[in-house]
Write a protein that binds this ligand. Structure first.
Ligand code: SF4
Length: 214
């Protein structure tokens, strides 16, 4: 089994309730979307084919049991569910970032899916797979990256389509920080008494000039 891997690195998780925790990242090559604000364009095509033992070898240099499979869009590679299964069997806690355009149940339900719902400013909001809303487990997380008021209102509209007993702390509203001031989104959430989690892109605050993993 082999996958096309863009990079494997060790850093801090930056965009979920796991934010701040040291984490191994496996960034897989390829994405089916082209978001306007994408900051990982280098992952569209760049990568090398690695077999599972080679991936595990590279991970072994870090003493960490938390791993995130990301991209690009990890689900476009057919072997990603197998990779996730192997990592779970090895005892890792596995997160997977996905853009929500593909069936999230392709991966084991022991994997924690951090699913983006793309807002209008991404130019890719039409590609969201609505059925994924029915497939969310309580441990999963839903993320909205918000660039302006239109995005914010869209996020509220989509949030209202998520089942009512889904944990509100797992619904993440995150500003595109170079466009929407951090305080503006905070004000909107507070004044609307929005039952969600405000989520900063921690890694961008710590390493503002880095465009890829540490
Ligand atoms: S889904 Fe993610 S990797 Fe793909 S284009 Fe959008 S931001 Fe970039």
């Amino acid at each position: 089994m082999s996958l096309l891997v863009n990079e494997i690195f060790y850093s801090l998780q930056g965009e979920s309730t796991y934010s701040g925790r040291p984490c191994i990242f496996i960034r897989l090559t390829g994405c089916n979307l082209r978001c306007s604000y994408c900051d990982t364009r280098y992952a569209y095509d760049e990568g090398i084919k690695l077999r599972l033992p080679e991936i595990l070898d590279r991970m072994n240099q870090y003493r960490c049991s938390l791993v995130e499979v990301t991209g690009g869009e990890p689900l476009i590679q057919k072997k990603t569910p197998d990779l996730v299964d192997h990592l779970i069997k090895k005892g890792y806690d596995v997160l997977m970032e996905t853009n929500g355009s593909m069936d999230i149940n392709l991966v084991s339900n022991q994997c924690i899916r951090i699913m983006d719902i793309k807002c209008p400013s991404s130019d890719e909001s039409d590609h969201f797979c609505l059925e994924n809303l029915e497939k969310l487990k309580n441990s999963d997380q839903v993320k909205f990256v918000i660039k302006n008021r239109e995005d914010y209102e869209y996020a509220i509209h989509m949030k209202n389509r998520i089942r009512k007993d889904f944990p509100p702390g797992h619904i993440l509203f995150s500003p595109v920080s170079d466009t929407l001031t951090l305080s503006k989104l905070a004000q909107w959430i507070i004044s609307d008494n929005m039952n969600v989690r405000y989520n900063l892109q921690l890694h961008k605050t710590i390493w503002p000039n880095k465009d890829r993993g540490v």
